[in-house]
Each structure stands twice: as structure tokens, then as C-alpha cells.
Design a binder for this molecule. Structure first.
Ligand SMILES: C[S@@+](CC[C@H](N)C(=O)[O-])C[C@H]1O[C@@H](n2cnc3c(N)ncnc32)[C@H](O)[C@@H]1O
Length: 262
């Protein structure tokens, strides 16, 4: 089964780890070269954490944010975008060819990556760039536990017999994208130190606004509490708490920068 969420994002919970979530966006941006004329599109811009860096790096380009979450876009409105559009990335189309489509932590929510990245690349101006970062954390305990606990506790709603990870290994993206242009692909595992929390487990506080959403969205309040408690307890073994209450949380992300021919 696929696990997606119908409900809107919670920008407040998401922004708790702004620094840790921004770092991969900056690592992605660092690999983007100079651009031809055309807009810079922040696809899945969320609450706009990358806006300042994109503006500084490409001051002569219009900066456009696109996201399908009204709650996230409302916060992004305070950032330095020239325009913000509410749209589903699966059907969104630019009005003029962008020089850069920059997408940090969106595309793992979207299916059929060969079709998706072909489609996005087709929109981009000659010599432009498609730059993408996606978490690839699905086989880590933080995410495996979400699936196993949900299936065990609520088998009427969850089963993962034919489930496939939404994000492929880096080599698959290198093979998939090299016919389209010059592509750099890499993977990084960040060792994130999550601060102590008053209640529950720090890793749950991190996944709560992202990976955990599609699971709890299918539960009522009492079920959410049971599930959250079971998840907090289970996380303690793979992610032991340090003396100061913090936790070291390895997190894997895959990146690619595709430069299209001029
Ligand atoms: C993990 S957040 C990343 C936000 C931002 N790029 C960042 O770096 O913090 C994922 C964002 O993708 C958006 N999103 C998810 N599915 C989408 C879709 N189908 N179309 C457009 N945006 C989508 C969500 O609303 C959310 O703001």
C-alpha cells in the first residue's frame, strides 16, 4: 500500500527542526551552477525555509514558490518570494520555462519517479537545472517501526505486503536521469543530534510532522495516543537517550542535480 496523507501540514510542528531540515537544502543548493535566464521555482516550498538562500544565490531571477498546503503557504508568504502558487506538483505547469526547479523534501511524497522527473525536466529552459533532495529513511528503525506498529495495532487500515519504498537507491536515479543531461547523484547520512524533550522520544518529535502524519491521520484521538505511546517506547531501543537527554538520529537523504543541455 502507499501511505499518503489527505490532511494539511502543521507548519508549527514542522518548523521545530528548521535547522536540521534546512541543511540538506543548502547542501543541494551548493551543487547548483550558474543558470540561464528564467524563473527559479521552489517546488514544494513548504513554509519557505530555502527562500532566503535561493534569493541570495540567484538575485536576478524571479523566485516562485509552489506548494499544495494552504497552511504552509500562509507562512511562506512572509518570505521573499515574488509569487506563491497553491498547486499539486503532479499537475503543476510553469507558464514560462524556469531556469531551475529546486525541490527539497517533496518528491518522496510523489509516485512514479521516472515519469515525474521526465515531466519536470521537460519544463526547464535549455541549460537549466532540476535539483532534488529526498529522504531515504524508509528502512531505518524510525520508519520501519511506524509501519510495523501500525500494521500490528490497526490491521483493518494498514498492511504492507506489497509496499515498495517511494525512493530508490542513488544508482537508479543516475541511470534514470543520465539520458536527459549531465547528472550528479549522491547520498548523505546525517547524524542529527535531537535535543531532549519533556515527554515522549525525541525521534518521534522529529517524525511527527512528516513521516508519522499519514499514519496518525487514519486514527481517532484515542488510537493516536496508543500508537504514539507504543512508538515512543519502541524507539528507545534503536535510538538510546544520551546522558543529557538528547538522541543521535542517523538520517539518510538522496540528492541529484540534473543539468539539461543548452
Ligand atoms: C517536508 S516539506 C518540505 C518543505 C520545504 N521544501 C523545506 O525544505 O522545508 C514537504 C512539502 O511538500 C508539500 N507537498 C506534499 N505533496 C505535495 C504535492 N503533491 N504538491 C505540492 N506540494 C506538496 C507539502 O505541503 C510540504 O509543504
Amino acid at each position: 500500500m502507499s501511505v499518503t496523507s489527505e490532511k494539511d501540514w502543521d507548519p508549527g510542528t514542522y518548523a521545530r527542526f528548521r535547522g536540521l531540515r534546512l541543511r540538506p537544502a543548502m547542501d543541494l543548493l551548493a551543487q547548483v551552477d550558474d543558470l540561464p535566464a528564467g524563473d527559479v521555482v521552489d517546488l514544494g516550498c513548504g513554509n519557505g525555509p530555502a527562500a532566503v538562500a535561493l534569493r541570495l544565490r540567484f538575485p536576478d531571477h524571479l523566485l516562485i514558490g509552489v506548494d499544495n498546503s494552504p497552511a504552509m503557504l500562509k507562512i511562506a508568504g512572509a518570505e521573499d518570494y515574488d509569487a506563491l502558487y497553491e498547486a499539486d506538483a503532479l499537475v503543476w505547469q510553469p507558464t514560462t520555462p524556469p531556469s531551475l526547479i529546486f525541490s527539497n523534501a517533496l518528491c518522496h511524497w510523489l509516485p512514479d519517479h521516472p515519469q515525474l522527473f521526465n515531466r519536470l525536466a521537460c519544463f526547464i529552459a535549455p541549460g537549466g537545472t532540476l535539483a532534488v533532495q529526498m529522504p531515504r529513511q524508509y528502512m531505518a528503525p524510525s520508519h520501519k517501526l511506524l509501519r510495523s506498529l501500525a500494521w500490528e495495532m490497526f490491521p483493518d487500515r494498514f498492511e504492507f505486503c506489497n509496499w515498495q519504498t517511494p525512493v530508490a537507491p542513488p544508482a537508479d536515479y543516475a541511470r534514470m536521469l543520465s539520458p536527459l543531461g549531465d547528472v550528479k547523484v549522491w547520498e548523505t547520512q546525517y547524524l542529527q543530534r535531537l535535543s531532549a524533550v519533556e515527554a515522549g522520544h525525541p525521534v518521534r518529535h522529529f517524525t511527527q510532522s512528516t513521516g508519522m502524519r499519514p499514519f496518525v491521520d487514519k486514527m481517532d484521538e484515542a488510537e493516536k495516543l496508543l500508537f504514539t505511546t507504543a512508538y515512543d517506547v519502541a524507539l528507545a531501543t534503536p535510538y538510546p537517550v544520551e546522558d543529557d537527554g538528547s538522541v543521535l538520529f542517523p538520517f539518510r537523504r538522496v540528492f541529484f542535480v540534473l543539468n539539461l543541455p543548452s
